[in-house]
Design a protein around this ligand. Structure first.
Ligand SMILES: NC(=O)c1ccc[n+]([C@@H]2O[C@H](COP(=O)([O-])OP(=O)(O)OC[C@H]3O[C@@H](n4cnc5c(N)ncnc54)[C@H](O)[C@@H]3O)[C@@H](O)[C@H]2O)c1
Ligand SMILES: O=P(O)(O)OC[C@@H](O)[C@@H](O)[C@H](O)[C@H](O)CO
Length: 492
């Protein structure tokens, strides 16, 4: 049996970038697969190029699924890079300490307050920002959020932990950047807004509010690397390639992109020497990523799930999925924003084609389709409103919405493919309550679209509601291919 991976057992030539020094300069919340394959890798490469005390103190939110195996192997792990031409593996050694936030929230607060830490980075998922879907503001009425307002209580939400950490840090006044690496439009601005809303609701002092306003930066950024969940096959592949056993490897595509606003109040690693782009056009990059990639990803996932496709590449190989997605990119998404300077849409779409086609990635449609009630808010309403306000209906955005409803809140009498039961949807119970007693598909759809799951501005658009209802009717009566065919015909 192969030896276990550990700091003293890193196979020769396999280290990605540099090992971090013992001093930590970054606190990371959301120690999952994406951070380990993205921010951590770019940081290891930046330290190889220019040094720096940028070791990472990483916290998972509530489970020790990643932390326990990482600790057992000195917090090193491997990246299994999966390309169409084969796989290769490398080892990352930048986490100097790991923990579970829910088990020790005081440690998170203390780490954020510690002046040695100059960046607090986040991959807490779209759900972790605890926002109200209808308003986009911090959901003050949620019980977990409200519980965190109580002075002296141990915070449970990510926003509560960040706010309490900054409140304590205000004593030293040391500047720090809070860096969201989640798939949210204007992710830095959103993070600042929810943290400041928290502090105001919790009665923070003017000194604290002023410290956060002037000495804490919240850079916006676009993050991109497809990083699926780890399977036993990935671990076996790593053992073959590296000759050691890794209990928590991370599979990833070889593509990686990170575009950041250069606004780091406490300094930053030399990421510009490690493949990261610094730009003043972040919003445009976010639009490209969140709409063309993520929005399309959701459509591929829900159409695929309804057609019984377990992975993105299996769904993407079906003509009706490709036609709907490519039509959506050209007709529903590209007209809605001005891309960054020099952006080549054809090249970008060709690259997406290759990335989605990659058979080694095995990205589960149900992973991409999970948390749709929160993820779709980034991917559908603003783009849909762009068209609806000009008097046209964005058919593929309506199709994505109908397919999501068919998967997670199916109308009475319709049973979606069994794959749909593997979708983690935090709003499942609230959706079921909203549609309880609905007698027709249009009534079912209206209850969801006006039930606080989407912004009011979209809920008011009767044409959109009607089109979603038409398409959901087709999905339930004639199948998902018939609905996609109807969209194709309507878009000609
Ligand atoms: N996986 C990808 O391909 C990818 C690509 C780009 C961006 N992202 C961003 O990274 C996020 C995480 O993806 P991942 O692949 O690491 O997932 P993951 O399941 O491996 O990790 C998710 C992390 O988020 C934390 N988390 C989950 N719910 C939370 C909550 N309510 N509050 C606070 N923390 C919470 C968990 O503790 C975990 O550490 C995504 O939601 C997305 O915003 C992921
Ligand atoms: O991150 P997830 O797994 O919650 O959602 C899957 C995708 O839509 C998305 O994460 C993409 O894989 C990613 O954004 C690519 O950069």
């Amino acid at each position: 049996m192969a030896q276990s991976l550990g700091r003293k057992n890193v196979p020769a030539g396999s280290l990605i970038g540099a090992s971090a020094p013992d001093r930590t300069g970054i606190v990371h919340l959301g120690l999952g697969n994406f951070h380990r394959a993205h921010g951590a890798v770019h940081t290891a490469q930046a330290m190889a190029a220019a040094g720096g005390d940028w070791g990472i103190r990483g916290f998972a939110h509530s489970s020790d699924r990643v932390v326990a195996p990482m600790r057992a192997q000195d917090n090193v792990y491997s990246i299994l890079q999966l390309t169409e031409h084969g796989a290769r593996a490398g080892v990352v050694d930048v986490h100097r300490d790991t923990g579970v936030a829910a088990q020790d929230p005081a440690a998170v607060v203390a780490a954020i307050a510690d002046p040695a830490h100059r960046i607090v980075s986040l991959t807490v998922s779209e759900v972790g920002y605890t926002r109200d879907p209808a308003t986009g503001r911090l959901a003050l009425d949620r019980s977990d959020v409200a519980a965190d307002f109580v002075a002296g209580s141990a915070p449970r939400t990510a926003v509560g932990m960040i706010a309490r950490g900054l409140e304590r840090r205000a004593h030293s006044g040391e500047p720090v950047a809070v860096l969201s690496c989640d798939n949210l439009q204007s992710n830095g601005d959103v993070t600042r807004a929810v943290v400041e809303e928290f502090l105001q609701a919790a009665g923070a002092s003017d000194d604290v509010l002023s410290f956060v306003a002037t000495s804490v930066s919240f850079p916006n950024g676009m993050v991109d690397r497809i990083v699926p969940k780890t399977t036993d096959e990935h671990a076996a592949r790593v053992a073959d390639l590296l000759g050691v056993t890794d209990r928590c490897p991370v599979p990833a595509e070889d593509f990686s992109m990170w575009v950041l606003e250069d606004d780091f109040a406490g300094g930053r690693p030399a990421w510009e020497q490690a493949g990261v782009t610094f730009s003043t056009e972040i919003e445009a990059y976010e639009m490209v990523k969140l709409r063309l990639l993520n929005g399309s990803h959701s459509l591929i996932a829900y159409l695929g799930i309804l057609a019984g496709a377990p992975t993105i590449d299996a769904a993407w190989s079906q003509d009706f999925v490709r036609e709907a997605v490519l039509g959506g990119i050209a007709g529903d998404y590209l007209p809605t924003f001005t891309p960054p300077t020099g952006f080549d849409a054809d090249a970008y779409v060709s690259e997406l084609d290759a990335r989605w086609r990659n058979p080694l990635i095995g990205h589960a449609t149900t992973q991409v389709g999970s948390d749709g009630s929160v993820k779709l808010l980034q991917r559908i309403p603003d783009a849909a409103l762009f068209h609806l306000r000009r008097g046209t209906v964005p058919h593929r955005l309506a199709l994505c919405t109908a397919a999501w409803i068919a998967c997670v809140a199916p109308p009475a009498g319709f049973t979606p493919d069994p794959l749909s039961s593997r979708i983690a949807e935090p709003a499942r119970e609230r959706l079921a309550a909203a549609v309880d007693g609905a007698v027709t598909v249009p009534d079912h759809v209206r209850r969801i679209l006006t039930g606080g799951f989407f912004p009011d501005a979209l809920a008011e658009q009767d044409d959109f509601t009607a089109r979603v209802a038409d398409l959901l009717t087709l999905i339930t009566r004639d199948g998902v291919r018939a609905a996609a065919a109807d969209v194709a015909a309507a878009s000609r």
